[in-house]
Design a protein around this ligand. Structure first.
Ligand SMILES: Nc1ncnc2c1ncn2[C@@H]1O[C@H](COP(=O)(O)OP(=O)(O)OP(=O)(O)O)[C@@H](O)[C@H]1O
Ligand SMILES: [Mg+2]
Length: 328
């Protein structure tokens, strides 16, 4: 089988606890992403879900080389990027882009839209300067904005329009993979749908691969045929989105989906297990499954031994000693 466009192999990201106490509990190192492996094929969208603090943004930032991993590999188009010196990495930077949740935070309010959209070209010294404006204009049209937008500051636009500008900026380097970090969660429902439609159109048009980060399974199911579930930095389940929603295998996935309205879950899905609310986790992770302390199905073994990820069915994998019935 050929290698996927993006391949994470045991990716780990840990932070040293600062003197200012960024972390409330524990001392020393805090592991935000813990041995995560998955692949994304060309033109594929993989969803990444998990509650707040599960490590989604940290993982996404590592994929686009904004932060360096503490361990493991990020392979892109056959090359291990984590082993490359900065000079060699430059070649790959235009090929990987990111769209953040809050476009306002990532835009200089004093810049014009033209300057914002062409900023990656300037920073990465790409293409001929004379062509930058033409490129920006073309992209603005492609994301549904008029030519007049070019000379205006970002403050002139609504949240949805600013997200369109952020998408144009991500596209300007002609990337092959874009990390979408909660691109619609700051928007109202109708604007969310329009931005999701736009992202889907652009994906088809340019053959893009997406890593679509969200805590909204409904939004994920719209774009992603496959989804990975992160719990405290650990990938606990990866499966085709439909199957995962209809029959979650990991008790944490079930608890996470339990917060969803019925129309997203589908009619045939059993009720989620009780006593397993997807609340923020606390305390250090022991030797066992990170979810064991709040899992209603936890066995003695779950507290003692970290479950390996294993296949259940054709295209899904779960890291659980006692997965839910009907998943196999
Ligand atoms: N630079 C850093 N230094 C220390 N800890 C960090 C740093 N960046 C992230 N963390 C911690 O890593 C964990 C994962 O954070 P991250 O932002 O990746 O979660 P997330 O899944 O994106 O959450 P959300 O859904 O709220 O966006 C959190 O506990 C966070 O406090
Ligand atoms: Mg985040």
């Amino acid at each position: 089988m050929s290698e996927p466009l993006l391949g994470l192999e045991a990716l780990t990201l840990s932070f040293v606890q600062g003197a200012g106490g960024l972390l409330q509990r524990g001392r020393g190192r805090f592991t935000a992403v813990d041995g995560v492996s998955f692949g994304i094929g060309r033109g594929e969208c993989l969803g990444l879900i998990g509650e707040s603090g599960s490590g989604k943004t940290t993982l996404g930032r590592a994929v686009v080389q904004l932060i360096a991993p503490s361990g493991g590999q990020i392979r892109f188009d056959g090359t291990n990027l984590t082993a490359l010196p900065p000079r060699a990495l430059r070649v790959y930077r235009p090929r990987l882009q990111i769209v953040f949740q809050d476009p306002t935070e990532s835009m200089n309010p004093r810049f014009t839209v033209e300057e914002i959209v062409t900023e990656p070209l300037r920073l990465l010294r790409l293409g001929a300067r004379a062509e930058w404006r033409t490129r920006a204009l073309r992209l603005l049209r492609q994301v549904g904005l008029t030519d007049a937008a070019l000379s205006r500051p970002p403050g002139h636009f609504s949240g949805g329009q600013r997200q369109r500008i952020a998408i144009a900026r991500a596209l300007v380097t002609e990337p092959e993979l874009i990390v979408l970090d909660e691109p619609t969660s700051g928007l109202d429902v109708s604007m969310q749908a329009r931005i999701l439609n736009l992202l889907r159109d652009l994906q088809g048009q340019f053959g893009l691969s997406y890593l679509f980060i969200s805590h909204d399974v409904g939004a994920v199911s719209y774009l992603a045929a496959r989804v990975a579930v992160l719990y405290r930095g650990v990938l606990v389940e990866i499966a085709p989105t439909r199957e995962l929603i209809a029959r979650p295998a990991h008790p944490y996935t079930a608890a996470l989906l339990g917060a969803l309205p019925q129309w997203v879950r589908g009619r045939d899905r059993a009720a989620p297990p009780s006593g397993a609310p997807p609340v923020s986790a606390a305390g250090p992770i022991g030797p066992g499954c990170p979810y064991a302390p709040r899992c209603p199905r936890a066995l003695e073994r779950c507290r003692a031994q970290r479950p390996e990820r294993r296949a259940v069915g054709a295209a899904r994998e779960v890291a659980c000693h006692n997965p839910l019935d009907g998943a196999a």
